[in-house]
Ligand binder design. Structure first.
Ligand SMILES: [Zn+2]
Length: 319
């Protein structure tokens, strides 16, 4: 007879530059409690670690469970890091962090197993576990927000590659001497398919036609203008979709995924974005690579990263 597990619940946290989001889940991924708080990263490293620990404890309290019922905590962090060593290198949005052994620090403070991974990888794992990519053998996830985050899930596990960098799809070079990217390279997907990339495209089109625009140029407004029949807004989204399609066609030929999930603010543009993406992929990739491929919108929204973090801890306990 199988032994009844004594610790039934798992914590998951997604630590971003703006917010800490946490969940307490059961083994099937049902959320028992969730908390969202500002990160307040400017207060420094130690204050943030204390805040994270407190938020995790409060999440357990809110659910009515006890800390002794928790098997461990999975942590997602918006930073380059080494998941194997549990080390955070240098988060771009958090001052005072450099080579911090965050996993070991948290294990000591929480007195339970802790796993650590990059936030975009965990969004991919979350969408594979409970969201738009359930059951996929190979899932590729792109989060189109301030930047373009990427993650690859193969046979239910995050693919980290040799040095932990795998999945940085936002930094796939698409234009040899293209726009400067935040990473220092030129012509990365992120420079075109992020929120800022879409805004830049809209500005280029307006400049070319020598017309102005009432209202601030944001992805939300561009979507609103497109829906009310504005041709330039429609074109800006289409151009963004085409370049995303070019990138996904290459991914389709290389990895042959069954699901590509698109999340983040830019993915809210619906068919204006998804139609040109799908068309371009069909035009460029091998027909066999497209046959089984579904390109879908993310389903979990805000909680994807924290859910993926909980899942990642579960997988690490399974060995
Ligand atoms: Zn880049």
């Amino acid at each position: 007879m199988a032994q009844k597990p004594s610790k039934k619940f798992i914590l998951g946290a997604d630590v971003g530059g703006t917010n800490i989001k946490t969940v307490l889940v059961d083994g099937r991924g049902e959320i028992l409690a969730a908390v969202k708080r500002p990160t307040l990263g400017r207060r420094g490293r130690d204050a943030l670690i204390e805040r994270l620990v407190l938020t995790l404890k409060d999440t357990v309290k809110k659910s009515g469970a006890a800390m002794r019922d928790v098997a461990g905590a999975g942590i997602g962090f918006a930073s380059p890091l080494d998941p194997g060593k549990g080390m955070v290198f240098n988060p771009p949005n958090l001052p005072g962090w450099s080579n911090v052994p965050l996993r070991d620090i948290l294990m000591q403070k929480l007195k339970m197993p802790v796993s650590l991974d990059n936030d975009a990888n965990l969004v991919a794992l979350g969408e594979h576990w409970k969201g738009a990519g359930r059951g996929a053998r190979c899932l590729v996830c792109l989060t189109l927000g301030t930047g373009v985050g990427g993650g690859i899930v193969l046979e239910g596990r995050i693919w980290h590659g040799a040095g932990g960098i795998a999945g940085e799809i936002g930094h796939m070079t698409l234009v040899r001497n293209g726009r400067r990217c935040a990473c220092g390279n030129k012509g990365c997907l992120e420079a075109y398919a992020s929120a800022q990339g879409l805004v830049l495209r809209m500005q280029e089109l307006l400049k070319k036609r020598k017309v102005g625009k009432g209202g601030k140029i944001t992805p939300e407004n561009i979507g609103k203008w497109a829906r009310s029949g504005d041709k330039l807004a429609n074109q800006a989204i289409k151009d963004t979709g085409v370049i995303l399609g070019v990138a996904i066609a290459s991914i389709a030929n290389i990895l042959n995924p069954d699901v590509v999930v698109l999340g983040g603010g830019v993915s809210n543009l619906g068919g204006y974005l998804f139609d040109p993406v799908r068309e371009e992929v069909k035009k460029r990739a091998f027909p066999k690579a497209v046959e089984e491929l579904k390109i879908v919108k993310a389903e979990l929204g805000d909680s994807a990263g924290a859910l993926g973090a909980a899942r990642s801890l579960m997988l690490s306990l399974d060995g």
